[in-house]
Design a binder for this molecule. Sequence first.
Ligand code: ADE
Length: 423
Amino acid sequence: MQDQARRGDVKDISLADAGVRLIDWAGREMSVLRLIRERFAKERPLEGLRLAACLHVTTETANLALTLKDGGADLVVCASNPLSTQDEVAAALASVYDIPTFAIKGEDNETYYQHINSVLDTKPQVTLDDGADLVATLHTDRRDALDSVLGGTEETTTGVIRLRAMAQEGLLTYPIVAVNEADTKHMFDNRYGTGQSTLDGITRATNVLWAGRKVAVCGYGWCGRGIAQRARGMGSHVIVTEVDPVRALEAVMDGFTVMPSMEAASQAQVYITVTGGLKALGREHFEVMPDGIILGNSGHFNVEIDIPALEDLSVGSRELRPYVQEFTMRDGRRIYLLGDGRLINLAAAEGHPSSVMDMSFANQALSVEYLIGGKQKLEPGVYAVPRDLDMQIGSLKLTSMGIAIDTLSDEQSRYLAGWQEGT
Ligand code: ADE
C-alpha cells in the first residue's frame, strides 16, 4: 500500500518496459539536456531538494525528470493536463525510475486535482509548472504547503500570463522563472514545436489531406505563426484571424489572408485556435460554419472553443473515431470537434518533437539550478531566464547539430559598444 503511494497513481504499471524504450528514443534527440544531465550527475547541484513537477507526462518530460533526479533532486510528477499523459511513460517513471508519478491519460477533473494535491502533500521546495494549475492550487486550497517553497519555473505562455496577474495583485508568494520567455524556448518550441505537432495531432485524429484545404488559424503569436507556416507548407490555403493589429499586419506581410473570425468561420474547412484566451470560437461562429468543418485547439486550456454553446446549438453528437466528436446542428450541418477542445497536439499526438523540447527542458533544468544557487535572494515575482543561460543553450544546440558560427573580432566588439564613430 505504502509502496503504491510512493509510486503514485498511473494507469498500468505493466506498460513500464515500453515506456523505458520510448524515453530512451526521445533522449537520443535531446543532446543539450544530455550534457546538463552528465554535469548534474557529477556535481549534484540539487542534492536533497524536493521538487514537484506538474508537466505534460511525455517521453521528453521523463528525460527532464531523470536529469533533475541525477542532479540529486527528490522529485514527484503529476500531469498538467488530463489528456496529455503518455501512460507508458508514467508507468516507467513510477516503477523503473522510482519517481512517484500521478498521471493517467483521460483522468477526470477531480482526479486531475487529486493528483496535484498528492504532489503538494510532499511539501515541495521548488515547483515546475506548465499552465500554472499547480501554483494556483498552492495559493488557494493548499496554502499549508506554501511555507516550504523557495521558487519555481513556468513552462508556457498561458502560465506566465496567469502568474503575472497573480503578481500584479500582490498574491504570488515566491519567485518563478518564466521559461517560456527564453528565446531558446518560445522561438522554437512554440513556433516549430506547436506548428508541427498540431498538424500531426489533427492528421492522426482525422487523416485529412492538408493540400488544397482552407485552414483558419486564430491567433498569430509564436504558436499561431508556426501552425500557419506549417499548414502553408502542406499546401493549405491559410487564413489568419487576430485582434492585435501589429500581429495581424505581420501575418499579412508573411503572405497570409487576414480577415475577421466571423468571415473565416463561414469559409474554413479546418479552424484551429491558439489564442490563449476565452471563446475565440463561440455561438455566432458555429451558426455560420459550413457543413463538415473541423475544429481543433492548441491553446493551453479547453476554453478557446465554446463547447457548451456548441452542445447547446446541436441536436445530437456522437464519437466517430477517437478524438473526433460530430455535432449535428438543427439545420443538419455537422461540426467536428477534436479532442474535447483540449491541446490537440498532446491529446491525439505526442506533443512537440524531442529535439525542440530539448531546449525548453534545458531551460527548465538550468532555471531550477539558477533559482536555488542564486547569490542574491529573489523576491516574489516573475523572472526572465538569465540571458547567458539562454545563449549557452542556443550555442550547445548549434554545436550538437554540427553547425559552427562566427565570433566578432575585438575591433568589431569595440565598434558595437561605442558611439563615437558615425558617418
Ligand atoms: N508541451 C508540448 N509538447 C510537449 C512534450 N512533448 N513534452 C512535454 N511538454 C510538451
